[in-house]
Design a binder for this molecule. Sequence first.
Ligand code: AHG
Ligand code: MN
Ligand code: MN
Length: 352
Amino acid sequence: MADYQPADTAFAVDRDCKTLARHVLEQLQSFGSEAQDISALMNRLALAGKLIARHLSRAGLVEEALGFTGETNVQGEAVKRMDIYANDVFISVFKQSGLVCRLASEEMDKPYYIPENCPIGRYTLLYDPIDGSSNVDIDLSVGSIFSIRRQQGDDLDQDAKDLLQDGRQQLVAGYILYGPSTILVYSIGRGVHAFTLDPSLGEFILSAENITVPPHGPTYSVNEGNFWQWEDAIRDFTRYVHRHEGYSARYTGALVADFHRILMQGGVFLYPGTVKKPEGKLRLLYETAPLAFLIDQAGGRASTGTQDILDVIPTELHQRTPFIIGSTEDIALVESFIQDHSRRLQNTMTPN
Ligand code: AHG
Ligand code: MN
Ligand code: MN
């Protein structure tokens, strides 16, 4: 009996089998309990992404899917119905998973603790259920951002203080981008990989492996409407890119979409602090730290302007940080303006 000869289409068939769960186990080259946990966590995140993508794709046809709830969240921001829908999806998907003990979300003041009557897991999911909410009602790209950390200690008084650790403690980081296609990008510390949802299969299939960010890119992505609220160094960087060839401004209002462009094509995204709010707008534990983990894995950098985002240790769950992320050369350029300004400030303060 001749050996079995796969058909020429075998490659295409095998590629369609490169699901998230399989990819994680291949990455870890292990079938141990933690590898199985991470594989199961990724499957749950994929299910959440599919449910949210489906709701977004029909939002214009479904009662009470768009618009505001009328509430204000812990961030002091007006809450969109899609924020709550997506937040509830993550809770429903993880509640019975037996994988997590808590869910910490941008939309919840305190973490949601898995109830006693549900199986309790060893991990915590931190997430921004819908990032770029201002885009929901105008059918532009939005995303979900996720970060998974191991449970450390027992957190008996449920103050979740053990979550206040630097970004290098993250076990998994990634996002789901709801655009013309739905893409899930993740890293478990072994490179950055992208999966595209195949609606006909209902599966995320591997579409890009070991993504690396170019050392420089043409894009600078920032809301220049805040120009006059920025410190001088950021204004000088903006004047620099205005005056030099080779730079293009791109800004969608959704961090995940703007970041995905930077990850794939290089450049820099900035959400700096302002004179009134030096800490900026974006939240560390479920926005800037997960993306910093990804860009670090892809060969880029993320900075507050003076410190690596991955080294920032938060003092509270919803702490914000100024955010500069992207290609190493472009981050260095922004930081050079910040360093120049702090040198000049020191010189004026040092008596002759
Ligand atoms: P979210 O919708 O989760 O609150 O995040 C919105 C964030 C981020 O996605 C985006 O980069 C930024 O807010 C846009 O802020 P501005 O409208 O102030 O530019
Ligand atoms: Mn967000
Ligand atoms: Mn959000």
